[in-house]
Design a protein around this ligand. Sequence first.
Ligand code: DHB
Ligand code: MG
Length: 222
Amino acid sequence: MIEQKTVGAVDDFIQESLLKPDPVLERALQRAAAADLPPHAVSPTRGAFLQIIARAMGAKRILEIGTLGGYSTIWLARALPAEGRLITLEQSPVCVGVAAKNVKDANLDGSVSIVLGPALDSLDALIRAKTSAFDLIFIDADKPNNPVYLERCLQLSRPGTVIIGDNVVRAGALADAASDDPKVQGVRRFLRDQGREPGLQATALQTLDGKGYDGFSMAIVG
Ligand code: DHB
Ligand code: MG
């Protein structure tokens, strides 16, 4: 078994070697901690990965489900060109308050819209409004709803849209068919649904970082 101490030390080395110090992102984490938000922001290395994907794709429209304190929001929104837009959905008013401060501190309030409310309601409103398809979608909210978020996201996609789902491995619990954890059952079904969807090519990768053993799914429409 690999020790988390080793994994943490490797992640620290990766961060020190590859990631630039970033006071805005550090303040975003501090504000989230000061407001007692759950410590579920993506790790810096995962944030950088998301930003590289968004930049490589030339994403102009990004949808995020689950804002929390806006940490991954900042990583993703910084990938946008001047005319780009990121919409992020969050049901907790406390999280929205923290995220709004963090996004403003990052000078991204011109390109980021934080939508307060249950994500399902907001997704349905976007579908009803016939909003243009998103280029990149990051699903990182309440895991039991992942299958229904996926279904709605497909309606907000076009051929080429990339859909990334956070936290699908859950320290290995993903493989436990008998799990009574609704989060585990949510991510199991989320992956099964992606595999069954004829209009998707999908995969998932296991990851080890400062946050432990987890993983993400990644799919492309069309
Ligand atoms: C959980 C959610 C997350 O988005 C995350 O990154 C880690 C854990 C959770 O709900 O357990
Ligand atoms: Mg997450």
